[in-house]
Design a protein around this ligand. Structure first.
Ligand code: ATP
Ligand code: MG
Length: 251
């Protein structure tokens, strides 16, 4: 695992130094409501979040508190009702849909609880998918995807279908897909929620080493051990964001 982690750091770290020194993520008074009229509900209430480049941050809180809503806003998968969001110093509110899609494809990677792989495509083609949208040639797509899969310990599984992989291996393919474009930020929503403890430890070690390579990692988790491994914890309670004290962290 240590050897894998080192080589992964060098893979993701190769884009470092090209980003500006602005905060990786800066959200000011970010709010989100769902519904309209009398049915309108405020789900995220004026969240202020600043995350520096290379930080590994865990978002924790009770079910339904707004963690995924916050992550989806920070990851530009959803649009805030009000407030301001900058990614790598770029104001997201000023981007049109095409530029938003480009930002997501070029700079952001996503991992979810379920791997969401294409069932009829190999591990290699699944991992290479973001490079299709980036307009990279098939040959280069395959060699870059193979490189990152190898670094995640899947060199002997490149041509397996998802159904021929374990849950932990499928999640590593999903992580490879998130990393293949060398993103500056990786967002993970309960990435170990469906895994056993050994596979969870593996995913955690990978994410830690992605962050060690200078990539910002923002991870929602219910698991105190996962949150404890992060550099910093952001707590969400009933739509309000706070930074918990060390005492709360150990509870
Ligand atoms: N598209 C939507 N339309 C209406 N309400 C929504 C929508 N998405 C989320 N919500 C509501 O927002 C609240 C927060 O949801 P969210 O998914 O952010 O919670 P969470 O903290 O991630 O919970 P969990 O830990 O269970 O995943 C919930 O009450 C949910 O029902
Ligand atoms: Mg959630």
């Amino acid at each position: 695992m240590i050897q894998l982690a080192k080589s992964l750091t060098s893979f993701v770290g190769s884009r470092c130094g090209t980003e500006s020194q602005a905060a990786s993520i800066e959200a000011v008074h970010l709010s989100k409501s769902f519904g309209s009229g009398e049915a309108e509900r405020l789900i995220l209430d004026q969240a202020n979040v600043r995350i520096e480049r290379g930080e590994f941050v865990a978002i924790v809180g009770p079910s339904g508190s707004g963690k995924s809503t916050l992550l989806n806003l920070l990851g530009c998968l959803d649009v805030a009702t009000s407030g301001h969001l900058s990614i790598n110093g770029e104001s997201v509110g000023e981007l049109n849909a095409k530029d938003m899609a480009r930002l997501r494809n070029r700079s952001l990677g996503f991992v979810f609880q379920s791997a969401h792989l294409m069932a009829k495509a190999s591990a290699l083609d699944n991992a290479a998918l973001p490079l299709v949208y980036a307009g990279i040639s098939r040959r280069d797509r395959r060699s870059r995807a193979a490189e990152v899969l190898e670094r995640l310990g899947l060199s002997d599984r490149l041509f397996h279908l998802p159904s021929q992989l374990s849950g932990g291996q499928q999640q590593r393919v999903a992580i490879a897909r998130a990393l293949v474009n060398r993103p500056s930020i990786v967002f993970a929503d309960e990435p170990t929620g469906a895994l056993d403890s050994r596979a969870s430890q593996n995913v955690l070690a990978i994410l830690k080493n992605v962050a060690a390579g200078g990539v910002t990692v923002v991870m929602v988790t219910h698991d105190p051990a996962m949150a404890g491994a992060a550099d910093r914890v952001i707590q969400v309670n009933d739509g309000r964001v706070s930074i918990p004290s060390d005492d709360l962290l150990c509870a």
